[in-house]
Ligand binder design. Structure first.
Ligand SMILES: [Zn+2]
Ligand SMILES: [Zn+2]
Length: 139
């Protein structure tokens, strides 16, 4: 579990009913939802949750560092509550399913200094692409 709600509670995050539902929707493993998906799931639980509240809450959670923005496909940004354990993403080119994965190497350390061009390199994102088992079976 990402235990997002617990982390937010521990930080004293102001939990209104609407903000709580947004955080609940994002809780769990391998969760990478677009803002629209968060909104759809939030309104299924609490119909009055507005799109603006979803966007504002997501922005706030990102600023707090409790949720990370992920863009893997040049389309809509996705929101990932697994913010505290460094991980990379495995993306299905068929259905877009995303799994959190943990490569054995360190992608940041793997960049030779000769190819850093004097940058103080702070982060690396690696996306592994392929077909998930369901899409491979359907192909
Ligand atoms: Zn797939
Ligand atoms: Zn992730």
């Amino acid at each position: 579990m990402s235990d997002l709600l617990e982390r937010l509670r521990a930080r004293g995050w102001r939990l209104t009913a609407q903000r709580r539902v947004v955080a609940e929707v994002l809780d769990g493993d391998h969760v990478h939802l677009t803002a629209d998906e968060v909104h759809a799931r939030a309104t299924a639980r609490l119909p009055e949750v507005s799109r603006a509240t979803v966007y504002n809450t997501l922005g706030e959670l990102v600023t707090l560092g409790e949720v990370v923005e992920v863009s893997t496909d040049g389309r809509a940004k996705r929101y990932d509550p697994n913010a505290h354990r460094p991980h990379q993403h495995l993306v299905c080119s068929g259905c877009g399913t995303i799994r959190d994965v943990h490569p054995t190497g360190d992608p940041l350390a793997d960049l030779p200094s000769a190819e850093r061009f004097g940058f103080a390199v702070a982060a690396a994102e690696v996306t592994y692409r392929g077909l998930c088992p369901d899409c491979a079976a359907a192909a």
